[in-house]
Design a protein. Structure first.
Length: 431
């Protein structure tokens, strides 16, 4: 019998990507074929995002694309938009199943039963946010590891706690088992992900304690910490960055450089605390890589507040800034705040932050010319050039040699800039 074809589309964060990778493995092990999202399939699974209006828009567009591709296919919508707009999606006749985040891990069971003629209502599925197996087959070269879900912070602009639920941490034994399994599959880098991972806490084990235990798991893999809020963990973590297996990079979410705006956002740190964290880590590793998220145009943000944000962005020298224009999310406290900023001003401020980011990206990457990076190979193109990221999370392209293989490390000496448009660095393999 011809194998059923399943297509996936994932929007949003690494947590969504981890969950999709795990589902992909379920379907491959279950005897299904995974096809591209632009191909004809028997089922389309869309793992949506709802963090901004634009994310909702892209999620809706993706749903229409799948339907147009094959109106007869089974259409499964899951992810944060499924939690945020459940009723509306359930009324959408094009969608076969709307599956909330808490039940996402059981989508293989749902579809496999469907194709065997047994129709299950999504709400009969297991309600477990950690119901995901180790991802052997995945769309990524590094293995994403979910350690935590949900958040209790309720920052005034953020919809995530409403769609990902309260903060919950995964038991260490399950995390360790997951890491040993993916190391066994040949993954050379694990990326720890969640919603507010710095707040990890399980049976007395906190985030620093977790990192320490993970660094003691034997195996030829390195550990990367995914996006993290600048709170919930202590200074003990900073010293751990001198461990050769913990990569010297943090995506530390600043959001604003104005204490007045941080208070309105109900963020749990001050600008001073943020910058002292940066300086402490840089005192241990001077070329440590910081990237961040910044929201421009938060209600009440004055020119003065914005200048403070620009000052911190410049001073910290982030090698990348994910710039968000404030986006009203229904149901959040900021929705009802006064002094919403005109779109035109948001666009102007966003452009200013991007310019600052571009300048520092260039400077930070240039500082690696003449230095070595241990590059995890992600792709090898037709011209025998390989590409991937070094431990400092900088993208490098180099001429592949016989030992160069996808998902393997190559030590590379950075020699200059690559000729292509992507701002990659060029290097040569160090034998
Ligand atoms: S810490 Fe704030 S921004 Fe981050 S997920 Fe929680 S509520 Fe949202």
């Amino acid at each position: 019998m011809k194998k059923k074809r399943i297509a996936f589309k994932t929007l949003g964060c690494r947590l969504n990507q981890y969950e999709t990778d795990s589902l992909v493995t379920d379907f491959v092990n279950g005897g299904y074929d995974i096809v591209g999202f632009d191909e004809d399939a028997d089922a389309y699974i869309i793992n949506t995002c709802t963090v901004t209006n634009m994310s909702d828009h892209k999620s809706r567009q993706t749903i229409s694309q799948a339907y147009r591709r094959n109106p007869g296919a089974v259409l499964v919508v899951t992810g944060c938009m499924a939690n945020h707009h459940k009723e509306k999606l359930e009324k959408n006749g094009r969608i076969t199943y709307t599956v909330e985040n808490e039940r996402k891990g059981s989508i293989f069971h749902l579809l496999d039963s469907h194709f065997k003629g047994e129709i299950i209502h999504p709400e009969e599925l297991v309600h477990d946010r950690f119901n995901f197996g180790a991802a052997e087959k995945s769309f990524h070269s590094r293995s994403l590891i979910k350690i935590q879900d949900g958040c209790n912070n309720f920052c005034t602009f953020c919809i995530v706690p409403f769609v990902r639920g309260r903060a919950v941490s995964r038991p260490y034994r399950d995390i360790e088992k997951n890491i040993r399994e993916v190391a066994g599959f040949g993954y050379k880098e694990v990326v720890l992900t969640g919603v507010n991972i710095g707040r990890y806490e399980h049976e007395g084990l906190n985030f620093e304690g977790l990192i320490e235990k993970i660094l003691n798991i034997p195996g030829e893999f390195r550990v990367r910490i995914s996006s993290i809020e600048p709170e919930g963990f202590g200074d003990r973590l900073f010293d751990m960055f001198s461990h050769p297996r913990l990569t010297p990079h943090l995506h530390l979410c600043l959001q604003s450089g104005s204490d007045k705006i941080l208070l309105k956002m109900k963020r749990q740190y001050t600008v001073g605390e943020f910058t002292s964290m940066v300086y402490k880590i840089r005192s241990i590793i001077p070329d440590f890589n910081f990237t961040t998220d910044i929201i421009v145009g938060f209600p009440g943000e004055t020119e003065e507040d914005f200048r403070e944000t620009c000052h911190i962005a410049d001073e910290t020298g982030f090698s990348h800034i994910h710039t968000f224009k404030y986006s009203v999310r229904k149901g959040t406290r900021a929705e009802h705040m006064p002094d919403h900023i005109p779109e035109k001003v948001k666009n102007e401020r966003s452009a200013v932050i991007r310019a600052i980011a571009g300048k520092h990206k260039q400077a930070y990457r240039s500082s690696f010319i003449g230095k070595e990076q241990m590059v995890l190979v992600e792709k090898i193109d037709g011209k025998d050039f390989a590409g991937g990221y070094g431990e400092h999370y900088i993208p490098v392209r180099f001429r592949a040699d016989d030992d160069t293989a996808i998902r393997e490390f190559r030590k590379v000496m950075i020699t200059g800039w690559d000729t292509g448009p992507d701002g990659l660095l060029r290097g040569t393999v160090v034998h």
